[in-house]
Design a protein around this ligand. Structure first.
Ligand code: ATP
Length: 292
């Protein structure tokens, strides 16, 4: 019987965000979006950030991408301070942001062209990634003719084509229907496991965060900081059936309670737990109070 050599543990792709703060300049003066937030992602780890709307999840992610500069604190990738975007860090957005005038393959090859990779290397890399994600038959199509799920597959492939050490995802599946979302989660996990890169993933969806991640950070309401760090001990590979396990449901309840606490604070405490207990509107089998 042949034994497979164990895959090497990744050594690159460590993210360190230390005491990060960011204020936006507004007409009313500086607005503190994030304050004193510290997170890390180990090489090859899958980490999600959840939190109430407007708590600064995207702000934090955009700072790791190098699109925003911290007002206070540091953002480092592999011990080097981030001072702008880099092909070492791929980004996937909710809005697919593909070039409509380029074919699927043209979109995927774009970053590699910018890196001056020769034509045959570009071609090989693009074809391999499109093959893994089941997009080979669509390589000459234009984004307009693709479904949302396909567009996002191209978005992921494009972000991975330059060989980043870290993949940053800002609600990448937020615009997709539930079924497509589940398939996309599986494609992303598959790619992540094959490529052994680090992933920092922002989502509103608690189930998605638990299902995909090794760890989840939960943020407070604005100015956002880290309220809790939750280790997800579910074994891999993850199966959809695990979402019904008592372990999964306990993690879900814990995270929901954390976010609910913050959402209530964001509403100025006008809605309190006692008032919510009185609400018995049923939403897909969950009470309204559980959903908020
Ligand atoms: N360019 C900007 N100028 C001023 N304020 C901004 C800017 N971008 C974001 N904000 C504000 O900063 C806060 C944090 O925004 P951010 O988008 O990071 O939060 P979020 O947690 O990702 O939100 P959501 O969950 O709704 O996507 C919000 O109050 C937002 O309105």
């Amino acid at each position: 019987m042949s034994t497979q050599a164990p895959k090497p543990t990744p050594t690159k792709g460590r993210v360190d965000v230390r005491n990060f703060g960011l204020s936006y300049e507004t007409l009313d003066g500086p607005m503190e979006a994030v304050t004193d937030a510290s997170i890390h992602v180990n090489p090859g780890e899958f980490v999600s950030i959840v939190g109430p709307s407007g708590c600064g999840k995207s702000t934090l992610l955009n700072a790791v991408a190098g699109f925003l500069k911290p007002t206070t604190g540091d953002v480092l990738v592999d011990e080097v301070v981030v001072d702008g975007p880099s092909s070492e860090r791929g980004m996937v957005f909710q809005q697919y942001s593909l070039f409509p005038w380029k074919t699927v393959k043209g979109n995927v090859e774009f970053g590699m062209k910018m890196k001056h990779l020769d034509k045959s290397s570009r071609d090989r890399a693009a074809r391999t990634l499109l093959g893994i994600t089941g997009l080979t038959a669509f390589e000459n199509k234009y984004p307009d003719s693709l479904s949302g799920g396909m567009k996002q597959r191209v978005g992921i492939v494009r972000a991975l084509a330059t060989g980043p050490k870290v993949l940053l995802c800002d609600e990448p599946f937020g615009a997709l229907d539930a079924q497509t979302r589940v398939i996309m989660q599986q494609i992303l996990t598959n790619m992540w496991q094959r490529l052994k890169i680090s992933v920092l993933f922002v989502t509103h969806d608690i189930d998605e965060a638990i299902f995909l991640s090794d760890r989840v950070y939960c943020m407070t309401t604005r100015p956002g900081t880290i309220k809790a760090e939750i280790v997800i001990p579910l074994e891999r590979p993850r199966q959809q059936s695990m979402m019904m396990s008592s372990e999964f449901l306990a993690l879900r309840r814990g995270l929901m309670a954390l976010i609910r606490e913050e959402s209530i604070k964001a509403m100025g405490g006008e809605i309190n737990d006692l008032a919510l207990e009185g609400l018995s509107i049923d939403m897909n089998g969950q009470s309204f109070a559980d959903v908020v």
